[in-house]
Design a binder for this molecule. Structure first.
Ligand SMILES: NC(=O)c1ccc[n+]([C@@H]2O[C@H](COP(=O)([O-])OP(=O)(O)OC[C@H]3O[C@@H](n4cnc5c(N)ncnc54)[C@H](OP(=O)(O)O)[C@@H]3O)[C@@H](O)[C@H]2O)c1
Length: 169
């Protein structure tokens, strides 16, 4: 079991949480859930960007429709300012977001507008166009979008060199 591999309350982790204003969750989903529960008090008021996806067996989502991984993390750390983002692409696009055809979109959902702004600024700083997607419950749609990316890019073999973009007129 992933969550048994490492104690979530090790000292360095508590120190890191207390020193940070903004925290990005980029562990397996089960570990992120456990982390949120174990550090709920310390996370109060902090911006928590949830980049995880609650992936189950066979490219399924372990939660959805009536909740999302992000909302479950929020439920375990109610005082945190949880934002969903950075979850809909493979890591290759975070390393290099440069596309000749336009600027990739970064969909961001969260209940706290200032926290959404911080996540958007981070996305913009690494080359994405922040695309506010509404309240945290919209993570119910952003997590499936990650699955679509994984299906096309990794399962069907297109590769990691594509992103979602928003075209306007
Ligand atoms: N990989 C991607 O391209 C990508 C893109 C977008 C979103 N995501 C999401 O981001 C999350 C991480 O994905 P990943 O591919 O980077 O996974 P991963 O390689 O399995 O894990 C990432 C990190 O989580 C740590 N970790 C694993 N189990 C842990 C535990 N029980 N407690 C604390 N830390 C633990 C690992 O630490 P150690 O190195 O010390 O083992 C590793 O640094 C997932 O939820 C995934 O859906 C991934």
């Amino acid at each position: 079991m992933l969550v048994q591999r490492r104690a979530p309350d090790v000292r360095w982790l508590a120190d890191a949480v207390s020193a940070a204003d903004t925290i990005v969750l980029a562990t397996p989903y089960a570990a992120a859930l456990e982390f949120a529960a174990a550090h709920a008090d310390a996370l109060a008021g902090k911006v928590v960007i949830d980049a995880t996806n609650p992936i189950g067996p066979g490219l399924t989502l372990s939660v959805g429709h009536t909740t999302s991984g992000a909302e479950e993390i929020q439920r375990r750390a109610p005082g945190a300012r949880v934002v969903k983002g950075f979850n809909t692409y493979g890591w290759e696009n975070f390393a290099d977001a440069n596309y000749p055809g336009g600027t990739p979109a970064m969909f961001i959902a969260g209940d706290d507008p200032a926290a959404r702004q911080i996540a958007g600024d981070l996305a913009q700083a690494i080359g994405f166009r922040p695309m506010p997607a509404g309240e945290l419950k919209m993570a119910r749609y952003l997590e499936p979008l990650a699955m679509l990316w994984i299906q096309i890019g990794r399962v069907q073999g297109k590769g990691a060199g594509f992103t979602w973009a928003v075209l306007e007129r």
